[in-house]
Ligand binder design. Sequence first.
Ligand SMILES: C[S@@+](CC[C@H](N)C(=O)[O-])C[C@H]1O[C@@H](n2cnc3c(N)ncnc32)[C@H](O)[C@@H]1O
Length: 212
Amino acid sequence: MDKKNQHYSTQFPDVRVKVHSVSESLKHHLYLFKTITGVFSFKKLDLGTKVFIEHMKIPEEKCVLLDLGCGYGPIGIVLAYLTPQSTIYLTDINKRALWCVRENIKYNLSERSGKVIVLEGSYFKPFEAKSVKFDGIYMNPPLRSGRREFLTLCEDIPRYLNSKGLFQFVIKKKMGAEYIHIYLKKHLSELFEIIEVTFKRSGYWIFCLTSF
Ligand SMILES: C[S@@+](CC[C@H](N)C(=O)[O-])C[C@H]1O[C@@H](n2cnc3c(N)ncnc32)[C@H](O)[C@@H]1O
């Protein structure tokens, strides 16, 4: 594969390492993220991620949340900053992303006392030997690997959600947000109590699926 365009959704990106930094004010707080080539949107915060963070629902009570496919960690780190009472998991398949997220936890969450746990592996593989369930799963999905993979993942999600848990994610309209909405309503309405698009901005749709 052409190295310049090599995809980030790989365990070992084969592109020369160059470290960057991204600073962004999110929900009235300034974050500084270390990023590297080979990691999703390493030059600046992805607009879909930004719209998502600004509008995601965050439970106020003590709970367990997962940033699935965390990249360098913006979603999970904002969740961890805003919910010090909760336990936050961040997972990804890409080793460089995981290096960044560990660094970014040190920079941005140095005073946080609650648990922030980083795990490596494909989707729910890191939880196979654990009995953990989540109150919220948050995601900016890797749709370049195909819609089918994401829709199959959606079918797995209820097994990992507590009752009334929320699966929230963002999809670009051009990447098929409307199709995904129709598909979920038609094929997954027995798996989720509520399937809704909660917000639309700048060509991005935010979904919130509530488990039974
Ligand atoms: C669109 S990016 C979003 C990254 C980050 N959440 C953000 O918003 O900046 C999708 C992420 O999913 C990760 N990913 C792709 N396939 C995966 C898999 N099978 N298991 C876990 N993570 C995966 C990629 O490495 C990438 O970091």
